[in-house]
Design a protein around this ligand. Structure first.
Ligand code: FMN
Length: 222
């Protein structure tokens, strides 16, 4: 499965089977997480065989069952922490999808108190990403249209259209899709977070999707 197929097939999954993640799969995820941490300065942590974070009232309210693994998204407080968390977290999410796992970004419906993670000086937990073998593969979300989420004067280049199509597949908090992608020059793109909770985190996720589908060689971010 290539990364474009992973973006097409990824849907949030909230019910998991008790199948553990095999050690060789954990190692591949851990290597990618280590690489993301080196590149981003984040402190992403893979937590396996830990059911407590998803065993309380909040997880029940969110209808999560069987979650035993998650990625704790941790980083030092900074103005761009949320956007980086989204960008690099989605990179791990899409690798997980390629490895046959399912995921769900979770900001609210888990127990922060019971979750297992470490914080270094100045760091905070942004949110977690549930991980495991889903009881289902989830379902496609309803999406706003291309014309609502993009702006482009004149003919739309193929690479921009492709990037935007895959950006529409990105997970966003409560499926809010509060972002705008604008072609501002021949090969420059402005990505803006509109008002909404977690909109900056969503923007990082959306930018990762756009970049993978549009191709790094075709444009630069404004
Ligand atoms: C930043 C962020 C926070 C989220 N928080 C929660 C959450 O607390 N509980 C939950 O059930 N889903 C949560 N989600 C999952 C979204 O509801 C889901 O991504 C959205 O409905 C789109 O569906 P899809 O992921 O299947 O495409 C979150 C997603 C994002 C990106």
């Amino acid at each position: 499965m290539n990364i474009l197929e992973a973006m097409q097939r990824r849907h949030s999954v909230r019910q998991y089977t008790d199948r553990p993640i095999p050690s060789e799969v954990r190692e591949i995820l851990q290597r990618e997480i280590d690489q993301c941490n080196r590149e981003s300065g984040l402190h992403l942590q893979l937590v396996c065989d830990e059911p407590a974070a998803f065993s309380g009232a909040m997880a029940r309210y969110g209808r999560f069952t069987g979650v035993q693994n998650y990625i704790a998204v941790v980083g030092a407080k900074a103005p761009d922490l949320e956007e980086r968390a989204g960008f690099y977290g989605e990179r791990v999410v899409l690798l997980a999808q390629q490895l046959g796992l399912n995921t769900c970004w979770v900001a609210l419906t888990f127990s922060k108190r019971k979750a297992r993670f470490t914080l270094d000086e100045g760091e905070k937990l942004v949110l977690v990403i549930a991980l495991g073998y889903g009881a289902t593969q989830g379902a496609p979300h309803r999406s706003k249209s291309m014309s609502q989420l993009t702006r482009c004067d004149g003919p739309m280049p193929d690479w921009f259209r492709r990037g935007a199509e895959y950006a529409l597949l990105a997970p966003t908090a409560v499926n809010q899709q509060k972002f705008l992608l604008e072609l501002t020059g021949d090969r420059t793109v402005r990505a803006t977070a509109l008002r909404g909770g977690y909109a900056r985190l969503d923007l990082g996720i959306v930018k990762y999707h756009f970049l993978q589908a549009a191709g790094q060689e075709n444009f630069t971010w404004e």
